[in-house]
Write a protein that binds this ligand. Sequence first.
Ligand code: MLZ
Length: 265
Amino acid sequence: SQGSFDWEEYLKENDAIPAPQSCFKQSVEPPVNEFKLHQKIEAVDPRNLTSICVATVVGMIGPRIRLRLDGSDNTNDFWRLVDSSDLHPVGYCEKTGKLLQPPLGFCKNPTLWPSFLQKTLTGAERSPENCFKKEPSNPKTNEFKIGMKLEAVDRKNPQLICPATVGAVKGEEVHVTFDGWRGAFDYWTKRDSRDLFPVGWCALSGHPLQPPGQKGTAQVKSKSREPSVSQSAHSPGNQSNASKSSSTSSSGPTSPNLPHDRSVS
Ligand code: MLZ
């Protein structure tokens, strides 16, 4: 579904402006991905941020890698940019006097961890130093304004990056709303989140960009089971209770809000 979406045209049609590059914690030149599939690294456990675990590269798209913590099942995979500070070469913990931890939900008896760790690393290919890129510096001031366009990770489908609009700004957080979807995917996040990118980032980095959804178009309205009034999910100010949400929904049950004729895999 890539290729058909053109930001330039879309911005004109919608009389919208992109959020400036300086808003984002992203390097102007997207980092080059030098990782290879099946390599092992050390990574911060996304479910337990104080612990560092062995992880395996199980997928990649552009400058993002998909990771699976060794000793965890395949239902907790996560994506990181190659310049994420959550990623380290194997040996980092030893060097810095930390202990490599079993992942939250280690699939075996905890007493088996030391031998599991040894086995999982023995003979495994390790990502070399040069794969790990320096994390970009923090954006200084909050220049996000309501209505500005950006590209953002869909946290419910985290392999996807989609066209989005700033729906609200509150202190250090921004409300990310996905263009053409009814609000089920929207979330509040810190303005320096690594999940937010300037318009054009996908094209620059070789990452696919999803086209906007079809909310408001004839096809969707005619197929919707609901009456076509659904403004509440987008009204800023009513969402403060959702501002702590991370990877989960900020706007209630998903399915009734979804267009029914899309399947993006
Ligand atoms: N397969 C899903 C993808 C939705 C993606 C939305 N991104 C904002 C669906 O079609 O519901």
